[in-house]
Design a protein around this ligand. Structure first.
Ligand SMILES: [Zn+2]
Length: 198
């Protein structure tokens, strides 16, 4: 059985001096200096390189982050450029033809080989499948063609056109990195001129 202690009795509580870590924002962390410092700081020293300070919301400094971006790019599989649209990771922009790339490289005094280029892939419009879209709303075992045959026919026509024309909605950087040499640029330009002349 617990000993009886009255609220007013000296055993109920005694005044003690408490010491501990208090963070810059005034919170008490007892013996946990690390937590107090973490809560009170805005910047920490990069754990990866130990050289640069960075905001504590990041896991490493800007230099290390830049290094990771390059490592991630280099880890992509390589494919030789064949005139496709390109995306430059270093300059964060798209290039729709070789002339644009040449102009940009000259203007910014950078070699295409230094621009961390990726081959773009088209985002092609997919066929519309109302049976799939309405799967939760159509009665079981019924298709759009059972309920609205005329509409289903119209959708089929739309899908035929989508299949024939394969509309490209957008171009996105794909999984392959590539590089473009000056020779490849000249070859592409010559080929394009022949196409236009033909
Ligand atoms: Zn670092």
């Amino acid at each position: 059985m617990n000993e009886k202690i009255l609220y007013s009795s000296p055993e109920a509580a005694e005044r003690k001096e408490v010491t501990g870590w208090v963070s810059a924002d005034g919170r008490f962390y007892g013996d946990n200096e690390h937590l107090a410092r973490w809560a009170g700081c805005t910047h920490i020293l990069c754990r990866e390189c130990g050289k640069h300070e960075h905001e504590k919301s990041w896991t490493c400094c800007e230099t290390c982050r830049d290094k990771h971006v390059i490592e991630r790019y280099n880890a992509k599989p390589f494919k030789a450029w064949d005139g496709e649209r390109l995306f430059s990771y270093s300059h964060e922009r798209y290039f729709f033809d070789e002339q644009e790339l040449i102009d940009f490289a000259l203007e910014h005094n950078v070699l295409p080989g230094e621009m961390r280029l990726a081959i773009c892939e088209p985002d092609i419009l997919k066929m519309v499948d109302f049976d799939d879209i309405l799967v939760d709303r159509l009665p079981e075992d019924l298709y759009l063609s059972d309920i609205a045959p005329e509409l289903a026919e119209a959708v089929a026509k739309v899908n035929d056109i989508i299949q024939q024309t394969k509309p490209v909605l957008a171009w996105n950087p794909g999984k392959y990195r590539t590089t473009v040499t000056a020779a490849a640029l000249i070859a592409a330009k010559t080929a394009n001129r022949k196409d236009t002349a033909a």
